[in-house]
Structure formats: C-alpha cells, structure tokens
Design a protein around this ligand. Structure first.
Ligand code: NDP
Length: 247
C-alpha cells in the first residue's frame, strides 16, 4: 500500500475526481478526511476503508466561505492530530465571455478554486511545519491554467494562479521536507465535462493525441504518486494528466 497509515485531507470528495481521490487514498491504506458541500457515497467509502484498515470522516463545509473553511480546517487538524497530505481538489466553473462576465462569477471561481487552497494550506501546512511532518500538498490545477481557454478567463486565472501558488509555496517549505506539487488534468469525464454535448466532445477528442477523455482515476493516481514516497525528490512540479493535450 502506497500511503498506509498516512492521514489525508481532501476538499470536494463527493463526486468526480474527488470521489476517485477519496477511494484511491483509502484503498492505498490512508485515513481520509474530506470537506465539501455534500457527503457523496459515504457508505461506499466506509466499505473501502474497512477493507484496508483505514478510517474516513466527512465535514460539511463551503470552501468558498473563508470563515467556515478556516474553522473546519482547524477542527480537522485537531481531530486527526495533523495531516501528512493535503489535496486541494474542490473546484467550479462559471463560464462566459470576459466582456460579459459578472464580477460575482469571477469572484466565486477565484474563491473556490484558488483562495480556498491558500487558506487551507496556511492552516494545514503550518501544522506540518510545526510538527516536523514530511508532508505533501497536491493542488488540482488544469491544463486550461497552462494553455488558456476562451470563455473561461475566471477558471483559467484561478488554475494558473494555483500553479504559481504551488511553485512559491514549494520554495517556502522545501527546507522542511514538505513537498508541494500540482496536477494539471486535461479533459476528464465528470459532471464538469458532462455539460459538453457530443459534438463538442468529438471536437475535443480530435485535439487530444490519445484521442479520448481521461477518467477521474487517472487524476487520482497522479495525485497519489505525488504524495507518496515514490516522488520523494519531486517538488514544485506540474504533472500533466492530459492524454498528450498541451504538450
Ligand atoms: P465536479 O464538478 O464533478 O466536482 C467538484 C467537486 O468540488 C464536488 O465534490 C463539489 O462538491 C466540490 N465543490 C464545489 N464547490 C465547492 C464548495 N464551494 N465547497 C466545497 N466543495 C465544493 O468536478 P471535477 O471532479 O471534474 O473537478 C475536480 C477538480 O478537478 C476541480 O478543481 C476541477 O477544476 C479540476 N479539473 C477538472 C477537469 C475535468 O475535465 N473534469 C479538468 C481539469 C481540472 P458538491 O458535490 O458537494 O457540489
């Protein structure tokens, strides 16, 4: 088991990539705390946890609400006694052309996708620092943060921001043996991409060298790699999980 006995905090574990993250970490022996708006299939998580001798806990929290997030993070750190791994996964899109984009759509996306990662890291990584835990942070960015995408200025800015955040925090905490990396997924089959119609999906597949969308587990496995001992000398890296898109 790759992360046996480790303690992992994940945001947005109810569905999509978050669901794959919670499941993969539990399967690999880690105990998982996840924060989010909804619990998802908690019974399934409990079954996986039981099989690998791990534990799973959920706390309801809107990560875009700074006060709620800070409170939930402090409670989780106290209950777990500190985390070895933090995965900033919760994310939203509010697409629209920039000239027509409402300030609220800009602010909501930045608060959920970027500011939440900053606030959570302040609490969780500082705790790793104080307790001398050789921890790992994995930020779920996006290939859109690298390439840009028309109609997604807010989302692309948040995901590019996460990359700058990842590299800067990595430099700050590297001397303490805390690693900070990002995963930049391409187009992954979740409710986020279910909004695309068949024509749009076919057009996308033409741009992807591997000619297919990825699955949530492809992203979860990359995050797992970046947070286990297999990647112990890797920090400040952005791992593309895109089937070749953007290379
Ligand atoms: P989904 O829309 O399927 O899931 C999003 C998750 O984030 C859900 O668990 C949701 O919780 C949670 N979430 C959203 N807003 C909040 C909030 N305010 N507070 C707490 N939790 C929240 O998306 P994906 O699984 O596809 O995306 C996961 C991450 O991967 C995101 O950061 C996304 O940007 C990124 N990504 C996805 C790609 C894709 O193609 N799918 C490509 C590149 C990056 P709830 O169910 O309760 O709403």
């Amino acid at each position: 088991m790759l992360v046996q006995g480790r303690k992992v905090l994940i945001t947005g574990g109810s569905r999509g990539i978050g669901r794959a993250l919670v499941s993969e970490y539990l399967r690999e022996g880690a105990s998982v705390w996840y924060l989010g708006l909804r619990k998802g299939d908690f019974e399934e998580y409990q079954r996986i946890a039981q099989a690998s001798g791990a534990q799973v806990s959920f706390a309801e929290c809107d990560v875009a609400d700074a006060a709620a997030l800070t409170g939930a993070a402090k409670d989780a750190v106290k209950a777990a006694g500190g985390f070895d791994v933090l995965v900033n996964n919760a994310g939203i899109t509010r697409d629209g052309l920039s000239f027509r984009m409402a300030l609220k759509d800009w602010n909501d996306v930045l608060a959920t996708n970027l500011t939440a990662a900053f606030l959570l890291s302040q609490i969780v990584v500082q705790d790793m620092f104080m307790k001398k835990i050789a921890g790992a942070v994995v930020n779920i960015s996006s290939i859109v943060g690298v390439m840009g995408n028309g109609g997604q200025v807010n989302y692309a800015a948040s995901k590019a921001g996460l990359i700058g955040f990842t590299k800067s925090l990595a430099r700050e905490v590297a001397p303490r043996n805390i690693r900070v990396n990002a995963v930049a997924p391409g187009f992954i089959q979740t409710s986020m991409t279910d909004k695309l119609n068949e024509e749009q999906k076919a057009a996308l597949e033409k741009q992807i060298p591997m000619a297919r969308l990825g699955g949530p587990e492809d992203v979860a496995k990359a995050a797992l790699f970046l947070s286990c001992d297999l990647s112990s000398y890797i920090t400040g890296h952005v791992l593309h999980v895109t089937g070749g898109l953007g290379m």
